[in-house]
Design a protein around this ligand. Structure first.
Ligand SMILES: [Zn+2]
Length: 564
């Protein structure tokens, strides 16, 4: 497929497909319109701030603005334009990151007052060749208080030839004194459908075959970030090694439970079937799913079912839902009432924070599941008929007591091992960073508070900063995260797992029973090795319902109208 990848260094998709014109920015139409108007009418402030979640196009926008301000057009006589030519000296040098008048600084790595002083020193001098000297400061909220104060003096009386472009994921951490001197532009989280078709188009251009389900998994995990989505697509392409990218593979890559398994689990719980639910949880856990992540999947699924019930017409909102999932969701939500879903949500929400804090998260998660199974109050057929006649609002008894407020966010204990660290990212729903850690770095050494690794070719720029920031935040301690060259690095976790699987497979192939089977089916190959004892037990005969005497709705056993 990508035969050239061996002869030249791999270029990540996010870089290859980085937009160089406003028109190519996806999902930011409103912002682009405002910005283009401001440039057209010459009403662009001296300083502006771009805000939005990570990977949504802030620094890309900043660079396009730098071009728009400095473009002289193909004939060298043009002025600032919302549609930079892309061919003049300024456009090309900015595009190649080598324009001396466009200065970029990452405030996450240079937070001090001296860094800012050094930068401000240069403000007095006129641009070397461009119309404006453009200072792009990324993650500006990371600057120290003193650094902000130093910057503020310049912002109060900026020279005519200078423009500041700040980018931040956390606008609330930027002092109001700074914000009040900036024009503000908000970049939106890119909606699921837009991201879905964007990725599909790129996969097409790359000549990569990808299943719809796989694409939706990626879109869901990216949560509106174009960069994250492209980075995941990159990884999926690498793992498919030239083959078609299937949903299973992407789920596996992200360490996600199949949404269908989540649906099975929730259904068993809401039927009050604790034993099959625990069995399913066991098999998810053995397959590598983190207990907190499983609860969060349930939480997310409950939210989605509730939305499906409350607003069935925009079931696709978010764009991350496949037809099969939608079908399953509709069947399930038709059988559940909003009060039941609300109660389920509350138990899970409380359970997630309990599990976060627990010494043994697996035990804690199991207790949450058992609680859910016993609180289950699935409507009987009679109740559904009654509800249909009465307009559904009073479908089920309200929860007996007011719901407990979710426990406050607490500081995460320091992960003891590198594996625990990776699991932490997954349980915090930082799927993309978790996947990079598992797939794209080779561990050099790890101690709580300190991580050193060797970067693989798909580790994105700024990975260390993003990891460090989150870890500082979650654990309340200062972390050091460093990429090192040379030295001994372990294979990535994924490579280690693949090696183990290959060994299992070789062992399995040598097993006499497998040899006999292979002889009986000429041409057959061993596709997967699985421990039979840990197979899900959902397909077995219905379990005894819980024997809570008040639970007479459940005493009849599972209800025939639910899908098996
Ligand atoms: Zn130009």
């Amino acid at each position: 497929m990508n035969g050239s990848s061996e002869t030249r260094p791999y270029r990540v998709l996010a870089r290859t497909y980085r937009p160089s014109r406003f028109a190519d920015l996806i999902g930011q139409e409103a912002m682009v319109r405002t910005l283009a108007n401001a440039i057209d009418s010459g009403r662009l402030a001296h300083a502006f701030v771009l805000t939005g979640i990570r990977g949504v196009g802030k620094t890309t926008t900043a660079r396009i603005i730098a071009r728009a301000l400095n473009c002289v057009g193909a004939d060298g006589t043009g002025g600032p334009t919302p549609d930079p030519c892309g061919t003049c000296d300024h456009c090309t040098s900015i595009g190649e990151d080598r324009n001396v008048d466009v200065i970029e600084m990452d405030a996450a790595s240079r937070t001090g007052v001296d860094d800012i002083r050094e930068l401000i020193e240069g403000v007095r001098y006129r641009p070397v060749s461009a119309r404006f000297k453009v200072y792009i400061i990324d993650e500006v909220h990371m600057l120290s208080r003193n650094a902000f104060n130093a910057l503020l003096k310049t912002l109060e009386e900026p020279p005519e030839h200078v423009k500041f472009i700040f980018a931040t994921t956390e606008i609330r951490k930027v002092p109001v004194t700074v914000l009040s001197r900036c024009q503000r532009f908000d970049l939106r989280r890119v909606d699921g459908e837009t991201l879905f078709s964007h990725l599909g188009a790129i996969a097409g251009q790359e000549g990569v075959e990808i299943a719809e389900d796989a694409l939706r998994q990626i879109v869901r995990a990216a949560e509106g970030s174009v960069r994250d989505a492209l980075s995941l697509l990159d990884q999926a392409i690498a793992h498919a090694a030239g083959g078609r990218i299937e949903g299973d593979r992407v789920r596996d890559m992200l360490g996600l439970a199949d949404r269908m398994q989540t649906a099975d689990l929730l259904e068993a719980l809401l039927r009050g079937q604790a034993a099959p639910a625990l069995g399913l949880f066991d098999s998810l856990h053995e397959a590598g799913a983190d207990p907190v992540a499983v609860l969060q999947d349930l939480l997310e699924f409950t939210h989605w079912l509730s939305r499906l019930k409350a607003a069935p017409e925009d079931a696709r909102a978010g764009g991350a839902v496949s037809d099969i999932e939608l079908e399953r969701g509709r069947t399930l939500s038709a059988k559940l009432s909003i009060p039941v879903l609300t109660r389920c949500w509350q138990i899970l929400l409380k359970g997630v924070s309990e599990t976060h804090m627990a010494v043994d998260p697996r035990q804690a998660a199991e207790m949450v599941l058992i609680r859910l199974a016993y609180a289950a109050d699935l409507p009987t057929p009679a109740e559904i008929v009654r509800a249909a006649e009465s307009g559904e609002t009073a479908l089920l008894p309200q929860p007996a007591s007011p719901s407990p407020a979710p426990a406050p966010e607490t500081t995460q204990p320091m992960p003891e091992t590198f594996e625990a660290l990776v699991a932490l990212f997954k349980s915090r729903k930082e799927m993309v960073l978790g996947a990079h850690l598992a797939n794209d770095v080779g561990l050099v050494d790890y101690a709580p508070g300190r991580l050193r690794y060797r970067r693989g070719p798909r580790a994105p720029d700024g990975l260390e900063n993003r990891l460090r920031r989150m870890l500082d935040d979650w654990t309340g301690q200062r972390w050091s995260v460093e990429a090192v060259d040379g030295g001994e690095a372990a294979p990535s976790l994924r490579e280690q797992r693949e090696e183990r699987e290959a060994m299992d497979r070789r062992e399995a192939i040598d097993h006499p029973a497998v040899q006999a089977a292979l002889e009986m089916f000429p041409g057959a190959t061993v596709e997967a090795v699985r421990n039979v004892e840990s197979a899900p037990i959902l397909g077995e005969a219905p379990q005894e319902p819980p024997t809570d005497p008040e639970d007479d709705a459940e005493a009849e056993g599972p209800h025939g109208e639910l899908p098996p």
